[in-house]
Design a protein around this ligand. Structure first.
Ligand code: CDP
Length: 218
């Protein structure tokens, strides 16, 4: 396995903890990390900044094509408003298509990479040697998101965050373009009852198991 790129694909629903896990795995294995949700958030942000509606397809595609990985203002992009807006533009097939090369280019680094999103294991990196699908109950995810937004200074109300999480699950799973679904060769990791450390250890062990299996088959 040592000569093969270690591409780790992490997918899962809103606020499942996939971003934190992806960052931790990337640091642990010494790999670059791309949070692909930021691409959809940045696309939505560009439209809102131009005063355009989120269903303006040519403008959305132009915004997606104009993204550069270095430009992200994460404090701005990680707001609740942009999470919702991102899931609207992410349902536009041409927007998704406009972002494929950027993501695959990142994933093709010789040493490998960690990417997290909704369609990494199914569409962006279907040949990734390690795929993890991170889940947690909607209630747990809403609690985590409420804490995260409160820590960023946003005013939060648990009931409406839970409603957002459910609506986003529905929109991301029901869309026809690259819907959120588990890849047939992904390992499911339910983090409902796991703290960050325990979830990281479980994810790290999934990666190590895959590496051991791949080394045996070499
Ligand atoms: O952190 P959270 O899971 O709430 O959001 P995110 O990963 O930043 O993604 C925001 C939205 O972008 C999601 O609800 C998806 O609709 C969309 N997205 C996507 O469609 N495909 C990806 N690879 C990543 C995000």
């Amino acid at each position: 396995m040592s000569e093969r790129a270690l591409t780790i694909a992490i997918d899962g629903p809103a606020a499942s903890g996939k971003g934190t896990l992806a960052r931790r795995l990337a640091a642990h294995f010494g790999l670059p990390h791309l949070d692909t949700g930021l691409l959809y958030r940045a696309t939505a942000c560009a439209l809102l900044d131009e005063g355009r509606p989120l269903d303006d397809i040519p403008a959305a595609v132009a915004a997606a094509r104009g993204l550069a990985l270095a430009d992200f203002d994460e404090a701005r992009l990680r707001t609740r408003e942009l999470g919702e807006a991102a899931s609207v533009v992410a349902a536009i097939p041409d927007v998704r298509a406009a972002l494929i090369d950027l993501q695959r280019g990142f994933a093709a680094r010789p040493e490998g990479a960690v990417l997290d999103g909704r369609d990494i294991g199914t569409v962006i990196c279907p040949a990734a040697p390690v795929k993890i699908f991170v889940t947690a109950s909607a209630e747990t995810r809403a609690q985590r998101r409420a804490l995260e937004l409160a820590a960023r200074g946003e005013k939060v109300d648990y009931a409406s965050i839970l409603a957002d999480v459910r609506q986003r699950d529905e929109r991301d799973s029901a869309r026809s373009a690259a819907p959120l679904k588990i890849a047939s060769d992904a390992v499911r990791l339910d983090t409902t009852d796991l703290d960050i450390e325990a979830a990281f250890e479980a994810a790290r062990d999934i990666v190590l198991d895959k590496l051991t299996l791949a080394a045996r088959s070499d």
